[in-house]
Design a binder for this molecule. Structure first.
Ligand code: FES
Ligand SMILES: [Fe+2]
Length: 428
């Protein structure tokens, strides 16, 4: 490991980096140092289109990427169309209730068949708009009108003589499958056919959230945001609370600085918790009743997880605010946010009002973050800036995350270990 203190940064990184450098371990040597001596990852990670192209392939094309919530595809015949690493992916729920994923391309002449977003498929079929080939919820090709002549009235078949396609068998022309899995209320896609199971990436998160029964939670609000900034900056901003006093005066009333702990075990994530949640004068998190079955500690805690590479989970005893980011170029991020609740938290008559209030509270916090994160994107383009020092009290999660990014960029598949204790003070 190489530590970086006491040397001007422009001497540490004498050269600008280009595409050939981005997959080399040497390029990142100062971010590989222990957090108290490390520099943040090279600015090109946020400002270079060449870095972005490689990252799409090596990170988004080779990780369990969160793409949506299970309640968006709750019934057989529902479909969700998402973009992962520049690939359009269809997610369906089949007759057996299982999630299935396919590339959104017709096996005939290559049409992108469905538009992005959620829909209920007509007759539970994916039908190509071009020549109407049809696929079932498991991706099997079940209709090729006119192609084989089989569904044409007998007296007209002569004009559709397809003698030349004798060797055609529909069974060979199902949709190209993609790995899809879910955990709790989240849906994940991995474009790497040989990916290790989602469970390896999640590490101890399922155990940490066992009492929350996340698979039963429902989306109650959905709000889109856009950042003119790299998606990693959205994540890095989320995973430190150092900025709270200056950026979020409202948030520190419910999540006090001194009540933050690291909450981070083995897994492809960073984690913090606030305990106990405070009752703020505005923007209270505690209006809705908590779901049943949580421990006393869980009823008083807020969990903040950034799940590699692209999603933030804010989980309270009575609701969750989820931010799914999707990079759209190196300096633009589309963020779809969701408020979810367990049905047991929605029983009160005032539930709708409470949810409205949560939506405006989270939107306020998010707007504050958008402003500051866009300023970081702007600043990272300044020539002399070649990385900064991390405040190790607060920014160990950033260091952990940037090292996960580096691992993927240089081709290392590994899952970071966590702390020995489930919950440790971050500033002690
Ligand atoms: S391209 Fe899809 S049916 Fe022809
Ligand atoms: Fe923030």
């Amino acid at each position: 490991m190489t530590s970086a203190p006491n040397t001007p940064y422009d001497q540490l990184y004498p050269n600008r980096f280009d595409a050939a450098d981005f997959t080399r371990e040497e390029t990142y040597k100062y971010t590989r140092a222990p957090v108290e001596a490390a520099l943040t990852i090279i600015p090109e990670a946020y400002t270079s289109a060449a870095f972005y192209a490689i990252e799409q392939e090596r990170v988004f094309g080779n990780s369990w990427v969160t793409v949506g919530c299970t309640s968006q595809v709750s019934k057989p015949g529902d479909a969700l169309v998402v973009d992962v690493a520049g690939q359009s992916i269809i997610i369906t729920r089949n007759k057996a209730g299982e999630l299935r994923g396919f590339y959104n391309v017709c096996r005939h002449r290559g049409v992108r068949m469905l538009d992005a977003g959620c829909s209920a498929l007509k007759a539970s079929r994916i039908r190509c708009p071009y020549h109407s080939w049809a696929y079932n919820l498991d991706g099997a090709c079940i209709g090729t009108p006119l192609f084989e002549g089989s569904d044409i009235p007998a007296d007209q078949q002569g004009i559709f003589d397809m003698g030349g396609v004798d060797k055609f068998d529909r069974a060979d022309y199902g949709l190209f499958p993609v790995q899809v899995e879910s955990w709790g209320f989240l849906i994940f896609v991995n474009l790497n056919e040989n990916a290790t199971p989602l469970a390896d990436a999640l590490g101890d998160l399922p155990a940490r959230f066992a009492n929350y029964r996340l698979h039963e939670w429902q989306v109650v609000r959905e709000i889109p945001f856009e950042f003119k900034a790299n998606y990693k900056l959205v994540g890095e901003n989320f995973m430190e609370y150092y900025h709270l006093p200056w950026v979020h005066p409202e948030l520190i009333k419910v999540s006090r600085m001194e009540d933050h702990y690291r909450w981070q075990g083995k897994g492809m994530y960073t984690g913090m918790t606030t305990w106990p949640i405070s009752q703020g004068d505005e923007g209270s998190w505690l209006g809705l009743p908590p779901m049943a079955g949580l421990s006393e500690r869980e009823q008083e805690s807020a969990r903040f997880i950034w799940l590699f590479p692209n999603v933030a989970l804010n989980v309270m005893p009575n609701h969750a605010f989820v931010m799914i980011t999707r990079p759209d170029g190196h300096a633009r991020t589309l963020e779809q946010t969701y408020i979810l609740c367990h049905p047991e938290s929605l029983t009160s008559e005032t539930a709708e009002t409470e949810i409205d209030q949560l939506a405006s509270f989270w939107s306020l916090i998010n707007e504050q973050d958008i402003d500051i994160v866009e300023r970081v994107q702007d600043g990272l383009g300044m020539r002399p800036y070649r990385g900064g020092r991390m405040c190790y009290h607060f920014e160990e999660p950033l260091h952990r995350y940037q090292n996960m990014i580096i691992d993927k960029m240089v081709g290392l598949d590994r899952v970071p270990d966590g702390d020995a204790e489930p919950q440790i003070p971050m500033f002690g």
